[in-house]
Write a protein that binds this ligand. Structure first.
Ligand code: HEC
Length: 115
């Protein structure tokens, strides 16, 4: 019984520890989506978009939390502080998971971290 509790504890602790760490599969899919469409604005930071190299801007984004970011990409940004993004970043055939993974990829590449 004690052992089971210990295993459960270790499992939960590691789940917490790695909660903010994207998996390889997520990052690979995110990279594909980024290269398909998001790069058009987010590679160099066109028209107010956060460049993938801009850690400060991506940290500012990451601090909003992944849920909020996915939902604002889905609906698009019309009254942003920096500019305008079309709904789904213009990727009409992207699933919610594609958008999620592309965001994780950009946060990761910039060196920023989700909380
Ligand atoms: C046409 C240019 C353009 C494209 C393409 C684009 N974005 Fe954006 N994106 C922007 C701009 C501009 C902003 C900044 C809006 C603001 O905060 O003022 C932004 C902001 C964001 C944010 C921050 C949202 C927030 O809540 O502050 C995320 C996350 C994001 N983009 C992800 C993506 C993803 C993922 C893709 C590809 C599926 C994508 N973008 C494609 C222009 C673009």
């Amino acid at each position: 019984m004690k052992n089971i509790l210990l295993i459960v504890f270790v499992f939960m602790a590691s789940a917490l520890l790695f909660a903010g760490t994207p998996s390889k599969a997520e990052l690979n899919n995110g990279k594909t989506v980024f290269n398909k469409i998001c790069f058009a604005c987010h590679k160099d930071g066109v028209a107010g978009a956060a460049a993938i190299t801009n850690k400060k801007r991506w940290q500012e984004n990451a601090d909003k939390g992944i849920k909020k970011l996915v939902s604002s990409v889905k609906s698009g940004v019309t009254n942003g502080k920096y500019g305008t993004m079309p709904p789904k970043g213009g990727c009409m055939d992207c699933s919610e998971k594609d958008i999620h993974d592309a965001i994780l990829f950009m946060i990761n590449e910039s060196g920023a971290k989700l909380k």
